[in-house]
Design a protein around this ligand. Structure first.
Ligand SMILES: *Cc1c(COP(=O)(O)O)cnc(C)c1O
Length: 353
């Protein structure tokens, strides 16, 4: 009997694996979420939109783009928002890639990249990270061919944590053809304290024709559950990405929460500072126990456990962490008590080795 058959890529790609569930939200250190609940002003703005749920959202996202224009000092037509920056990446890849094209990115990096790339019809070209968890931009530049349409640079890199240096990013972009889209994924940029770290926005402001920045409200802004992220780049690319995005995808609830968050950025910055301080506590604690942890400029730390990754994740339960089999474990920064619980379990583990 004949049955409907999806494109072969649907069988080939793995399903996205979400962070391990935990007995409670506080114990979930597996998805890089913000441990703080929503700000009252943000919850109120979002809640007010619930009474209008019979209406379609503002498809033009005028308030959101206006608020981003004011916050980033970039004209509104240079933004494209979507249901999380991952969804924006899907739109960008569908707008720029045809079957047989190539997308270059570092590996290991964000789990969503291979899935997004392959679903678009393009081929993944993965360039191994250096042993310290940083991008090897020379090797990435060398991996670019005539078929390369997009290059993804994740800084800070998920899941290893280090940033690309700004001068390295500039010389990397200088070496690429202008028709290769360079996506600087800055999902964690608010947590960066390294002064030499890469910043994509100045390259956009310089008017580079091919550099875009991806940002999200899911991490530092604590809106992971509402799904809103955006791209900032040349107007031509932003327009193509908006066209490739399903209409009405970002709800008014999410748009209102994002706008209210941009208005409360000082209050949110205090929370981000607390997460950064806690990250340093976690890094120092782990290193004191003898762990070799790469520098993290994000809200997570990386334990290069190799073949022990899955076993370690089981050993630290009920704290839920993210194991990448054969490679390592990513631990999100959480509440100090839960981080202390994790640290204790990590100490027991390493003492037993
Ligand atoms: C979390 C994350 C994102 C954003 O996710 P959304 O919730 O879809 O906005 C993007 N890139 C990286 C590397 C991430 O870790």
């Amino acid at each position: 009997m004949a049955v409907p058959v999806p494109r072969p890529v649907i069988d080939a790609v793995p399903a996205y694996r979400p962070g391990r569930p935990a007995p409670s939200d506080a114990l979930k250190l597996s998805s890089n979420e913000n441990p703080f609940g929503p700000l009252p002003s943000v919850a109120q703005a979002a809640g007010a939109e619930l009474t209008r749920m019979n209406r379609y959202p503002d498809a033009g996202m005028t308030r959101l783009y206006g608020a981003l224009e004011a916050a980033l000092e970039v004209p509104a037509d240079q933004f494209a928002a979507g249901t999380g920056s991952v969804a924006v990446l899907y739109s960008l890849l569908s707008a720029y890639c045809s079957p047989g094209d190539e997308v270059v990115y570092a590996w290991r990096s964000f789990e969503a990249y291979p899935i997004a790339v392959e679903l678009s019809g393009a081929r993944s070209v993965r360039v191994p990270l250096r042993p310290d968890g940083t991008h090897d931009l020379d090797a990435m530049a060398a991996a670019v061919t005539d078929r390369t349409k997009v290059v993804l640079v994740c800084t800070p890199n998920n899941p290893t944590g280090p940033v690309v240096r700004h001068d390295d990013l500039v010389s990397f972009v200088d070496r690429l053809r202008d028709d290769v889209v360079v996506v600087v994924d800055e999902a964690y940029q608010e947590f960066v304290r390294e002064p030499l770290a890469a910043r994509g926005l100045p390259l956009v402001l310089e008017g580079r024709p091919n550099v875009v920045v991806l940002r999200t409200f899911s991490k530092a802004y604590g809106l992971a559950g509402l799904r809103v992220g955006y791209l900032c780049g040349p107007a031509a690319i932003a327009e193509s990405v908006r066209k490739a995005t399903a209409p009405f995808s970002v709800t008014d609830v999410a748009q209102a929460a994002a706008v209210a968050s941009l208005a409360a950025v000082d209050e949110l910055a205090e929370r981000v500072d607390a997460v950064v301080a806690e990250r340093e506590v976690l890094l120092a604690g782990l290193r004191a126990q003898g762990w070799e942890v790469p520098d993290s400029q994000s809200n997570f730390v990386w334990l290069p456990l190799g073949d022990d990754a899955v076993e370690f994740a089981a050993a630290v339960e009920p704290v839920a962490v993210r194991a990448f089999a054969g490679d390592g474990v990513r631990v999100s920064v959480g509440d100090p008590e839960v981080d202390a619980q994790l640290l204790k379990a990590a100490g027991v583990w390493i003492a037993g080795r």
